[in-house]
Design a protein around this ligand. Structure first.
Ligand SMILES: [Zn+2]
Ligand SMILES: [Zn+2]
Length: 234
């Protein structure tokens, strides 16, 4: 399972300041990128995400948890993270919780959000100033509210949700940690879903002391991250 590292050699992923051309090690596609491993392996967006997404599609329909944070931890631990998959994982966790709590939305609605969030590229937080997990939560609200560019309130709420989540991600500081971003975004999402949608999620069930992903993360900020010593109890 890859965990934010190179799927070929398990070395660190490097985020460069300038575009360059690279060839995907799996499918041979050549394209411009900023992202490569320290041994010069490049994977295109589809190949980098495939293993994680295949597991996510398999797992998602059977998840009966009702708190978005619990679902996210389950997905991250079972599927790993690779490339831009933290973005569809965020939408999957939030929308599956909404489905399980309300029964108002279907698996197709969940997949609509996951597919849209899949389109948000990796590295968006640093290169475009908009963390993809935060955009994925705005995306989830768009799906729930059937927002379109022509909508009034629905479009405003989706944009408010993304902006509130971006504030949370900015407050985490850098370098990036996709797990911390997913957690911060979903915490905010739980608060905003009560405000904007009237949906209240049950308390989370997973309990642990300390962040279990710290040892996998190449950039772990340890004591500087508010999730590092997190004490979550039932
Ligand atoms: Zn590599
Ligand atoms: Zn490829």
């Amino acid at each position: 399972m890859s965990f934010g590292k190179c799927s070929i050699c398990n070395s660190a992923i490097l985020y460069k300041e300038d575009y360059f051309e690279a060839k995907c090690e799996f499918c041979g596609k050549k394209e411009e990128t900023y992202i490569i491993c320290s041994n010069n392996h490049y994977l295109c967006i589809v190949c980098a995400a495939k293993e994680v997404m295949d597991k996510l599609y398999e797992l998602l329909p059977d998840i009966d948890l009702k708190n978005p944070l619990d679902i996210a931890e389950r997905l991250i631990s079972k599927c790993g993270i690779s490339g831009h998959t933290p973005h569809p994982i965020t939408a999957a966790a939030f929308l599956t919780a909404v489905k399980n709590v309300t029964g108002y939305i279907t698996d197709e609605d969940v997949m609509e959000g996951v597919s849209r969030a899949y389109e948000i590229p990796g590295g968006w937080c640093g290169y475009y100033g908009a963390c993809g997990a935060a955009v994925a939560l705005g995306t989830s609200f768009s799906v729930l509210l059937n927002a379109t560019p022509s909508s009034d309130k629905e479009r405003s709420i989706a944009n408010r949700v993304t902006s509130a989540c971006l504030v949370e991600v900015a407050a985490l500081g850098g370098p990036y940690c996709c797990v911390a971003s997913i957690r911060a975004v979903l915490e905010k999402g739980i608060e905003l879903s009560e405000l904007h949608l009237g949906i209240k999620f049950p308390e989370r069930k997973t309990s642990y002391k300390k962040c279990w992903t710290a040892t996998f993360q190449q950039n772990c900020k340890t004591e500087k991250c508010r999730f590092y010593n997190m004490d979550v109890q039932e």
